[in-house]
Design a binder for this molecule. Sequence first.
Ligand SMILES: [Zn+2]
Length: 186
Amino acid sequence: MAEQVLLLNATYEPLKVVPWQKAVHLFFQGKIEIVETYDRQIASAHLTMRMPAVVRLFRLVSFHHVRQMVKFSRETLFTRDSFCCQYCGKRFDKHDLTFDHVLPAARGGPKTWENIVTACRKCNHRKSGKTPEEAGMKLLKKAERPHWSPAILVMMNLNCRGPKVWENYLYDASRTMFSQTVEPHM
Ligand SMILES: [Zn+2]
């Protein structure tokens, strides 16, 4: 855990978690400032410095760009749908959930945020190669790309609480977690 660095936007909003080597590289490129460090030292032939723990970008990254960083995976998809089958509405353990192509893959339905929903095995089986209309099933809500704030991404990448030295930065972010950030102008 101590080798991960919390990367903050110019506004101090958490963006993502990066390996310490990446943070040091960005530092020497003059792209970030080091805000917090770990006790551990990094030593090479040319330098000795404390390992960065929290770093901040000098340049503002737009919220639009941050949204693009939400990678499509089982975990992110199920999180978007709150681990609920989008047909019957029941909540399941992730091991009992599946991907469902709203427009079936066999009929050209793409694997995108807008065409994939969480479905339980029973509903997925019942729908099989049909569209919801053909199967007589109704989606709870329209499938779309998640609108998460960076703080949620950071926590999801961690899958747990971060190091203590990150707490102040994640706490600030969690208070505004669900607020819709206005996209900043560069
Ligand atoms: Zn279901």
